[in-house]
Design a protein. Sequence first.
Length: 154
Amino acid sequence: MLAAILCSQGPAAAGSEDGRWSQDPANHCSFVAPASLTSGPTFWTGACTDGKASGMGMLRRRDGDHAGFAFFGRMRGGLPQIGVVDLGDGYRAGPFDKGDIGGEAELEPQVRIDAFRAAAEAARLVSTKFAAEKNAASAQHYQALAKTFELQIE
């Protein structure tokens, strides 16, 4: 099963060539969100080292109770490294470049595989976090999403 990968080049976020720094309103962890998440309240679920998002996790855009687009993948020093942005009706997959994920029109097959593997690992980590918080519905949702990401590389 192959999901659509949206590869149009979006404008880089203002602030630097890598994007605009934001902060999770709840845990105050800093990060640069991929431009395809759009601007607004964005929350980081994952490790926060020296005040910056790091390791595998999820950046989730939210407007009140409405969950928006999400990035699943690896962060280093607050910057996305590689992963997938779930746009609801398709995915942007690949490395972080010019302020967004997956700006390349054609990804090398191994890069695409690596992006979806990172996303699956991040979704499983988020699932584990929700399971530990006794939030079974969210844990199940992110576990299913991890499996969906894995199907993109089979």
